[in-house]
Design a protein around this ligand. Structure first.
Ligand SMILES: NC(=O)c1ccc[n+]([C@@H]2O[C@H](COP(=O)([O-])OP(=O)(O)OC[C@H]3O[C@@H](n4cnc5c(N)ncnc54)[C@H](OP(=O)(O)O)[C@@H]3O)[C@@H](O)[C@H]2O)c1
Length: 254
């Protein structure tokens, strides 16, 4: 059977490391032509190198999606260089700021919402005209299981708020686009051994984050984290699915 992914153009944000890197490499392995976005050029080049070494194609756009101007500059470049994008995996996110909410910097809180929600919406909206024209599109927004348990991350208010908003945005947009050939789904990637988890463990806990900090250390030392490749494979196995408005949760074969 021919893959519906083959020959499609796919954008992955946060493709320089972790889950995003493995999703990008996996999509390229299925024959998609990749566009890789994040701030760190060296990391994006490493993802592109892996894709090229396996015979795939990848272009890099360096962008800060946590700032309104950065999103605008990114979209200008993207739409100028690539008139159509068929698949978008909105994966870039930050877990910062962590800490007692009364002490958290309001600009950091707001930047987190910009990256985790506003950038996702603006990127998808910018790509919709092309997808509507071709009658086919796949949008996947990478969220977190924390939306199911908002009290499970005390001291991470920006992250919990943003991921809940992201899921509501996704399901609402999916309903709006029913029957157009464009699907919009959420992916919850599980607890993954990435730089994001490492960053949380490296923070100095305060009163609000002591439990959270201890839990993230425990899951690392207990060896319960999955690899970025395992998480990416779980998502990639669902991309042929033509259903929409789903909350997909990672599954790892035992
Ligand atoms: N790891 C977990 O256990 C876990 C659990 C639940 C959900 N998730 C979700 O899974 C996704 C991937 O997480 P991960 O663990 O792979 O994270 P990660 O290792 O920290 O990678 C995040 C990626 O996003 C990019 N990024 C961060 N800030 C950015 C900005 N301002 N503009 C553009 N790109 C930016 C990073 O590159 P630069 O820093 O170079 O920009 C990097 O490529 C996220 O949506 C996260 O919320 C992860």
């Amino acid at each position: 059977m021919t893959s519906t992914i083959e020959g499609k153009r796919a954008l992955v944000t946060g493709a320089g490391r972790g889950v995003g890197q493995e999703i990008a490499v996996g999509l390229a392995g299925q024959g998609a032509n990749l566009i890789l976005a994040a701030r760190s050029q060296d990391q994006l080049e490493e993802t592109a190198r892996r894709i090229h070494a396996a015979g795939g194609t990848a272009d890099v756009i360096v962008a800060d999606l946590g700032k309104s101007d950065g999103i605008s500059e990114f979209l200008d470049q993207l739409t100028e260089r690539f008139p159509t994008v068929d698949i978008v995996i909105n994966n870039a996110a930050t877990v910062a700021p962590l800490g007692t909410s009364a002490a958290v910097s309001s600009s950091e809180w707001s930047d987190a919402l910009t990256l985790n929600v506003t950038a996702v919406a603006r990127i998808s909206f910018a790509l919709l005209p092309g997808m509507l024209h071709s009658g086919w599109g796949r949008i996947v927004n990478v969220s977190s299981g924390i939306v199911e348990h908002p009290t499970g991350m005390i001291g991470g208010n920006a992250y919990v708020t943003s991921k809940a908003a992201l899921e509501a945005h996704t399901v609402n947009l999916a309903a709006e686009l029913l029957g157009t050939g464009i699907t919009v789904n959420v992916y919850r990637p599980g607890s993954v051994d990435t730089a994001m988890q490492e960053w949380i463990r490296a923070q100095t806990p305060d009163a609000a984050t002591a439990d959270l900090h201890a839990r993230f250390h425990r899951s690392f030392t207990d060896g319960t984290l999955i690899t970025a490749r395992q998480s990416a494979s779980s998502l990639l196995s669902r991309l042929e699915d033509s259903t929409t408005g789903n909350i997909w949760t990672v599954t790892v074969p035992s």
